[in-house]
Design a protein around this ligand. Structure first.
Ligand SMILES: [Fe+2]
Length: 307
């Protein structure tokens, strides 16, 4: 078992960002510990996003929850590849223990076993203006060398490359077509955070809710090629690109990874629907806002982890 659970961000005015993610984006309050504020969805994870007060903006980690055998695989492969890594115990809601690994471009991924879940909560009624995301569906990184990052994800994390396009290397850690991807950006940073919505209707109502608050999509609504998921991207006032998404394709074990020439569009199209413009310049600025910072010291990992 391996699932994307949460992303941990550091930024100035974290409490204000927390408020906006509840009042406007639709997440629920996941509590506060010291200088860190948590946000949850309607699903069973205790939180999806943490926001820690800091003078700088950066990604502290992206967290996956997994089974002990998957953790053991990552721990052994990270050591074999000489990556910076350390064992860790989570002090975030849900707890759990495992390892934290730094990939080649500074992406920091945390893998936890034994992290607790919580009761799901009801989303908003369809007649409501409001929507509530369920969980994260993917976190995408910008990469100087996306191929290398995709290869590392396969070799170290036990993930699989699902598709390669001219822009991205899509990677899965379970049957969902992708839980992460590496964009061929030429630099290393957070590309965007995507929230899973109940259905297409919830994405559209989310767009309506954002419109009520004065926000237009930076791209979308639309439907992607690889993964076949519906999307609507926004630039949050505190910096990052965030997305309402739904219906990512489930793929079998023997899914054949597509190559860039398999994923081309008709003239003037960059998605299946072609109904929206894309704010390339605005998105580019937002995508450079959150870089990576390692806040822990690498240390040899004793196997099996937690023994
Ligand atoms: Fe996305």
């Amino acid at each position: 078992m391996m699932n994307l659970r949460s992303i941990e961000l550091a930024l100035p005015s974290a409490a204000e960002a927390h408020r906006w993610m509840i009042d406007v984006w639709g997440l629920a309050d996941g509590g506060q510990h010291g200088d860190t504020w948590y946000l949850r969805g309607s699903g069973s994870y205790p939180y999806l996003v943490s926001l820690s007060e800091n003078a700088d903006r950066f990604v502290r980690s992206t967290t996956f929850v997994c089974s002990p055998d998957r953790l053991d695989h990552v721990a052994r492969a990270a050591a074999a590849h000489g990556l910076n890594a350390a064992t860790c115990t989570s002090s975030d809601p849900g707890g759990g223990a495992g390892i934290v690994v730094e990939l080649a471009e500074g992406e920091i991924l945390r893998f936890l076993v034994g992290a607790a879940e919580v009761e799901t909560i009801a989303g908003h009624a369809k007649a409501s203006r409001r929507v509530m995301p369920v969980k994260l569906t993917h976190v995408v990184f910008n990469a100087a060398d996306a191929e290398n990052s995709g290869n590392l994800a396969e070799q170290v994390l036990g993930f699989r490359v699902s598709d390669r396009t001219r822009g991205m290397v899509f990677v899965r850690c379970n049957t969902a077509h992708h839980s992460t991807a590496f964009a061929r950006a030429g630099f290393s940073s957070l590309n965007h955070i995507a929230f899973e919505m109940d259905d297409l209707d919830a994405v559209m109502r989310g767009i309506g809710n954002m419109r009520d608050h004065g926000f237009a999509p930076a791209w979308g609504p639309g439907r992607h090629g690889p993964g076949d998921n519906v999307y609507a991207y926004y630039i949050a006032p505190f910096g990052p690109v965030i997305e309402y998404s739904t219906a990512v394709e489930k793929v079998p074990d023997d899914y054949r990874a597509g190559e860039p020439d398999d994923w081309t569009w008709p003239d003037k199209r960059i998605d299946q629907w072609g109904v929206s413009d894309k704010d390339f310049a605005g998105l580019r600025v937002a995508e450079e806002t959150f870089r990576f910072r390692r806040e822990w010291q690498p240390a040899p990992i004793t196997l099996p982890v937690g023994a």
